[in-house]
Design a protein around this ligand. Structure first.
Ligand SMILES: Cc1cc2nc3c(=O)[nH]c(=O)nc-3n(C[C@H](O)[C@H](O)[C@H](O)COP(=O)(O)OP(=O)(O)OC[C@H]3O[C@@H](n4cnc5c(N)ncnc54)[C@H](O)[C@@H]3O)c2cc1C
Length: 417
């Protein structure tokens, strides 16, 4: 078959990798680079070149990323492990609560106040109940309902738990309360601390570009086109599909849309036979999130001894993350700045991404899309089609496409493990 893939993020690239030995594959990516949310930006700090992952960053050698790790093994991409410490502080950097409450054997005193110790103890108890809830895979409960059900003290919920959970999403608190608890708690549940040890996370030396480049280099037959913004998908009377880029049309027997649900909806809406599919696609909502790579210490806890890899700063209505890499040994941070009035300084780079609003409707639409996949020569890939908002889902979405279009693929068998 002639297969056209729209979108060169992880889902689209892995689709190409799984399908190219069995079909004639052409991939279109609107940006001038491949990788989508797997995006390493180049900066220079004090004359030193650095690659910083501005979008997707966190993954681990854990069951939650089993397929992604198998792909990295297949591509011989090296990984290093580091402890993902966590600190929650006020927007001005005060009242920092660090987890664990010591660094290099020394106590972090701001985390040893009675208030901080009580928060930490309650948080540990809260975490211990997450695996059982996540195992149920109940995507119909909102985070507000889940927290209510847990009957937690108000001060813990308002001062600590919601600010912490909210920071991973960077939306309004009112919006976040409607998020599916399954997704809002997914990262925490998949990365539990062991005793007093923080959860281990993985990184690719030099950034995720190493993975994207290895994936692209391993493609033997697929034809890849960057700077190719697909404007429409049409079908002629014989049923042949046409993908149009800048006025040029290319014919396909099957099209895989590996872009976000909004774009997939707009491209497919003119095809009346896909009305059921586009009705579900219309239910996914997105927001733009802006990330700054900078050297502004004001976005970190005031007390340097409380600095963590993941730092949450919170005010009455918003929370945001600042990520720091202690092993780099320099003050370079990645901060979510969507709600900030001014950008941090010195500013090395900014990036804006379209991110899903992962409410209960998102999962209902995801479930209803499944039986519609592959009909009328159209497949959907992308993290929104498979489970929680994580890179593993993007890879699993490509696996699901290959299970229909190239079930005999040896690469598919290796990826499934
Ligand atoms: C800021 C941020 C941080 C994240 N952090 C993590 C994390 O730490 N851990 C984790 O597991 N996940 C994280 N994620 C989730 C992340 O989205 C997934 O991990 C994964 O990278 C998504 O891959 P994808 O291929 O589904 O989508 P994308 O990477 O979004 O790829 C879609 C591609 O389609 C292209 N496209 C869109 N429209 C068109 C068109 N008309 N024509 C051609 N091409 C088009 C886009 O340019 C893009 O390259 C994060 C997401 C964001 C936004």
């Amino acid at each position: 078959m002639r297969i056209g893939i729209i979108g060169g993020g992880a889902a689209g690239l892995v689709c190409a990798w799984l399908l190219e030995q069995h079909h004639e594959v052409t991939l279109f990516e609107k940006d001038d680079r491949l990788g989508g949310h797997a995006h390493t930006v180049d900066i220079e700090v004090g004359g030193r070149p650095l690659g910083v992952d501005a979008g997707f960053q966190f993954f681990a050698r854990s069951a939650g990323y089993a397929t992604f790790n198998r792909l990295l093994d297949e591509l011989a991409v090296p990984r290093e492990t580091y402890p993902a410490t966590l600190t929650v502080s006020r927007a001005d950097g005060s009242r920092a609560v660090a987890m664990p409450p010591f660094r290099r054997g020394r106590p972090v005193w701001s985390s040893l106040t009675p208030r901080a110790i009580i928060h930490l103890a309650r948080f540990r108890a809260f975490l211990s109940r997450l695996p059982a809830f996540l195992a149920e895979h109940d995507t119909s409960v909102t985070i507000a309902e889940y927290v209510e059900r847990e009957r937690l003290p108000r001060a813990f919920v308002d001062d600590f738990l919601f600010p912490l959970l909210l920071a991973f999403w960077c939306v309004d608190l009112a919006e976040f309360r409607r998020f599916a608890a399954y997704n809002a708690l997914y990262y925490l549940g998949a990365n539990l601390p062991r005793g007093l040890r923080p959860p281990a996370q993985s990184e690719i030396p030099g950034g995720l570009r190493g993975y994207v480049d290895a994936l692209v280099a391993s493609l033997e037959r697929a034809s890849l086109h960057t700077s190719s913004d697909v404007g429409s998908v049409t079908r002629d009377a014989d049923g042949t599909l046409f993908v149009e880029v800048a006025g040029t049309r290319q014919a396909f027997d099957h099209v895989v849309l590996a872009c976000d649900a909004r774009t997939a909806h707009d491209l497919l809406a003119p095809l009346p036979e896909l009305a059921e599919l586009t009705a579900q696609l219309a239910r996914f909502r997105y927001f733009d999130t802006t990330i700054a790579i900078h050297g502004d210490r004001r976005l970190m806890p005031r007390d340097r001894s409380a600095w963590s890899v993941v730092n949450v700063r919170t005010d009455a209505s918003h929370s945001a993350l600042s990520i720091w890499s202690p092993s780099r040994g320099i003050d370079v941070f990645k901060s979510w700045v969507t709600f900030d009035d001014e950008l941090p300084q010195p500013l090395y780079a900014t990036a804006t991404y379209r991110h899903g609003l992962i409410d209960t409707e998102y999962f209902d639409a995801q479930r209803r899309l499944r039986p519609l996949q592959g009909r009328h020569g159209i497949s959907l890939a992308g993290l929104y089609t498979a489970d929680a908002d994580s890179h593993e889902s993007a890879i699993l979405s490509a696996v699901a496409v290959a299970e229909r279009l190239a079930p005999e693929s040896p690469r598919l068998a290796r990826l499934r493990g």
